[in-house]
Design a protein. Structure first.
Length: 177
């Protein structure tokens, strides 16, 4: 079993907890390769993205007994519940514009622009994290990691809120930071 490290460098024996479909690619790869892995806020943000993508793909708002789920959407549902490669194919389909509402339903078609931009934001955040975490290899203590984790958490949440505000103007009115 792989060993993961907490903030204070005490090894933790990893026991699988969570759902593969919602785990970040980096975490899934580490589990598959049985390697050490520093789980970061970026992994958590990807998990949140995959939950949102799943919810959009499995939304049945536009379908009923008289309006069955189209074959294209059924295929997407199969992919998102499959392997990592299948999930990647689903994400690729969902983030390519535009989705035809007759093939995928109005709800998923409406979610497509947001998911596309959010995926792009998380790709940039992941790239930046890979560069930043190199600084953490020598000082594996909580004090060394905390500022990085806090920075990436704040950045990821802020960029998501800005995306929501862009697509739903006024939706965040009344909130103060």
């Amino acid at each position: 079993m792989p060993t993961f490290f907490a903030f204070d460098d005490r090894p933790l024996t990893w026991f699988r907890q969570g759902t593969d479909e919602f785990m970040s690619d980096g975490l899934l790869k580490a589990i598959r390769l049985n390697k050490h892995y520093l789980q970061s806020p970026v992994d958590d943000l990807w998990s949140f993205y995959y939950v949102a993508q799943w919810a959009a793909v499995f939304n049945n708002t536009n379908f009923s007994e008289s309006t069955p789920v189209p074959a294209e959407l059924m295929e997407l549902r199969r992919l998102i519940a499959g392997s990592e490669g299948d999930r990647l194919l689903c994400t690729r389909e969902v983030t390519r514009p535009p989705l035809d509402q007759t093939e995928y339903g109005q709800f998923l078609a409406d979610c497509c622009p947001i998911l596309r931009e959010w995926d792009s934001i998380l790709d940039r955040l992941t790239t930046d994290w890979k560069v930043a975490k190199v600084d953490l290899t020598n000082g594996n203590l909580y004090e060394a990691r905390y500022p990085y984790f806090r920075n990436y958490t704040n950045r990821g949440v802020l960029e998501l809120l800005q995306l929501v505000q862009k697509h739903f103007p006024g939706s965040l009115s009344g909130l103060s930071c």
